[in-house]
Design a protein around this ligand. Structure first.
Ligand code: LP5
Ligand code: MN
Length: 249
């Protein structure tokens, strides 16, 4: 960046003890890249699967959470907007990691630019089977019932759902798993009704990193899609001059 204050955005690390590379990349990111930032926004699917804050007892989750906490103690403001893998994060995790939970979507002012932050799965409306599933698991009653089960049962259910999801995805056309522009426009309409036009969208989920331009109500905006961390680490860095995607190492 230009030596000016900057803010970082990451998503889709899918951290799990079963996949060591993203974990190593994340630990390096925390030590080498993130400490210079004013703020770090995590836009979902940070964890491979989060089945409830009581799973903080697991050493792996504790290590990751302490790494976040150490960054917040160095003065980097941390924000966490959950994804379809970790929408069950709650206040105990937030406290332990030293971060603020954000609703999906959230609108922020980023160096004077009105910016919409989202995980991105809600924009994939062509994937009707997923949207039905999403509605079901986002219901408070469903979540209460799920969280009332024993930790082992929840972990087993999450594993079974992951397998079903992988099978379902194998039969889906790639294009239905990308965002739908009408869904993006609807989100922009909803937000702009109450405030200033959204000039920028930042989201993850699709694992298709890119900068897109959109036109909405006669105005041009930009939409940034964040990368996953399966093979290399990646983030979006924004300062008052604009944003750019970066990869490391
Ligand atoms: O995750 P990803 O990116 O690979 O695929 C997503 C959609 N899949 C999901 C499901 C998650 O992967 C499952 C893991 C969740 C762990 C969270 C734990 C806490 C909750 C535990 C819940 C028990 O989100 C996938 C999309 C894809 O993105 C692209 O957008 O296509 O959607 C699917 O594959 C869903 C299938 O189409 C439908 C699945 C039917 C399952 C029905 C079970 C219903 C019972 C629910 C109650 C247990
Ligand atoms: Mn996702």
């Amino acid at each position: 960046m230009s030596g000016q204050p900057y803010v970082l955005f990451i998503s889709d690390l899918h951290l799990t003890p079963e996949r060591p590379l993203p974990v190593q990349l994340f630990q390096r990111f925390i030590k080498e890249v993130a400490p210079g930032a004013q703020a770090l926004y995590i836009l979902g699917d940070f964890f491979e699967a989060w089945v409830g804050d009581d799973n903080l007892a697991q050493t792996f989750n504790q290590d990751i959470t302490s790494a976040l906490k150490s960054l917040s103690e160095r003065g980097v403001a941390l924000f966490f907007l959950p994804g379809n893998r970790d929408f069950l994060v709650g206040p105990t995790f937030a406290e332990a990691a030293g971060l603020t939970l954000l609703a999906d979507p959230t609108n922020i002012e980023l160096f004077g630019v009105s910016t919409l932050l989202a995980h991105g799965d809600q924009f994939c409306t062509d994937d009707a089977a997923y949207q039905d599933f999403r509605r079901q698991v986002r219901e408070p009653t469903w979540q209460r019932n799920f969280l009332a089960q024993a930790l082992d049962q929840r972990l087993a259910l999450a594993k079974a759902l992951r397998e079903r999801s992988e099978h379902a995805k194998a039969d889906k056309k790639p294009e239905i798993m990308d965002v739908n522009n009408t869904a993006i426009a609807a989100a922009l309409d909803l937000l702009t009704r109450n405030g200033q036009p959204i000039e920028r969208i930042i989201h993850g989920h699709t694992h298709r990193p890119a900068r897109h331009e959109y036109r909405h109500n006669g105005q041009i905006g930009e939409r940034w899609v964040l990368p996953d961390w399966y093979e290399t680490g990646g983030y979006l860095a924004c300062d008052e001059l604009g944003c750019q995607l970066a990869e490391f190492p």
